[in-house]
Design a binder for this molecule. Structure first.
Ligand code: SAH
Ligand code: SF4
Length: 349
């Protein structure tokens, strides 16, 4: 099988070309064409020698995963489904924000073995760790689809899967997306969200991207109940890992906290959450639970969410409430699924 072009970082491409007897500088030329000019047809790469051009389609596959559909929510959120072959597909979500911000939420895996109780993706066992190319392709396809005047400004690894369970592909994709010859995205505009695979967290620090941590519980008892990973890496170790990130980067960490009615939304828990995070430069992003079939959890009322948020504000926390986007097209946090193309049906909200 031909290697997928979009999985090569620039240094890996240089090395590969040298190994097959081609000139190293061709890698830079190819990056400029493919990512800089968005040209993937070798015939149009006019500054390459005719022989190399003619051979390119034999060396690499330039095929991007097919976009099976785009759905647009009433609030402007767009959801895309990509075909990965083998009857697998993966979703990305594009979320408009204020001041022209356009955030693409990408997936790193199909399914997820960490099995957080409230998460729709976590209900499916891991089916596939995406390649770097399959991650890059989500951004590539979406930018090709957007009108000229619109540009993805931010990327968050908050779609399907746990990025730190697939680190090589995730950090290679980040190297490709930020390469100055291509899309040239800023590392500070990329956020990697993790459920807390602690030994891998220094990779986020090293990559220069921003860290988000799914906390979702204010003590070990409740966190272990909703996120089984907490039994392996409990809260005190997680907080120490976050502190290492903030010490090294001088950046804030974002704590995501899903509000589950009667499970994580009490005022005592707001207090615990405040005390847990108060020594770490951070912001807390509270996310009212997005419901999905047979989850066994429900979303607190808006009043209960306000109460929880206001208590944190009163205590002095920097807290934001994640506006729920794209619920009508099943694109909100934790609602992404589709291990099979057949699940391309609308799901009940
Ligand atoms: N695996 C990574 C990234 C993907 S999940 C992680 O866990 O951080 C992205 C975010 O969605 C996480 O913060 C998770 O807690 C949240 N989430 C999952 N299911 C949800 C649901 N049903 N409603 C609201 N948020 C959810
Ligand atoms: Fe996996 Fe994140 Fe969902 Fe947990 S919340 S099951 S880590 S995708």
């Amino acid at each position: 099988m031909k290697p997928d072009f979009y999985s090569f970082t620039l240094p890996k491409l240089e090395q590969f070309l040298e190994e097959i007897g081609e000139k190293k500088f061709r890698a830079r030329q190819l990056f400029k064409w493919v990512y800089g000019h968005k040209i993937t047809n070798p015939e149009l790469m006019t500054n390459l020698s005719k022989d190399f051009r003619d051979n390119l389609n034999n060396i690499f596959s330039f095929e991007l995963p097919e976009m099976l559909f785009e759905k647009i929510s009433v609030d402007g959120t767009r959801k895309y489904l990509f075909d990965l072959g083998d009857n697998l597909s993966v979703e990305s979500v594009l979320i408009p924000g204020s001041g022209g911000r356009l955030t693409l939420c990408v997936s790193s895996e199909v399914g997820c073995n960490l099995a957080c109780k409230f998460c729709y993706t976590g209900k499916q066992k891991l089916k596939k760790r995406l390649s770097a190319g399959e991650i890059v392709a989500q951004y590539y396809q979406v930018s090709l689809k957007l009108p000229e005047d619109l540009k993805v400004t931010n990327i968050v690894f908050m779609g399907m899967g746990e990025p730190l369970d697939n680190p090589t592909a995730v950090f290679d994709s980040i190297d490709i997306l930020t390469d100055s010859l291509g899309f040239c995205l800023s590392r500070k505009k990329i956020t990697v969200s993790t459920s807390g695979i602690i030994p891998m967290m220094p990779l986020i620090t090293k990559s220069g991207t921003r860290l988000a941590v799914s906390l979702n519980g204010s003590n070990d008892k409740v966190r272990s109940e909703v996120m089984p990973i907490n039994k392996k890496w409990p809260i005190d170790q997680l907080m120490a890992a976050c502190q290492e990130y903030t010490d090294a980067t001088r950046d804030k960490v974002t704590f995501e906290y899903v509000l589950l009615k009667g499970v994580t939304d009490s005022i005592e828990q707001a207090h615990e959450l405040y005390h847990l995070t108060k020594r770490i430069p951070c912001k807390i992003n509270i996310i009212p639970f997005n419901e999905h079939p047979n989850s066994g959890y429900s979303r607190p009322t808006d009043k209960a969410v306000d109460k929880f948020q206001n208590e944190l504000i009163r205590l002095g926390a920097h807290v934001l409430r994640r506006k729920t986007m794209g619920r009508d097209i099943y694109a909100a946090c934790g609602q992404l699924t589709t291990a099979q193309k057949s699940s391309n049906k609308e799901l009940p909200v």
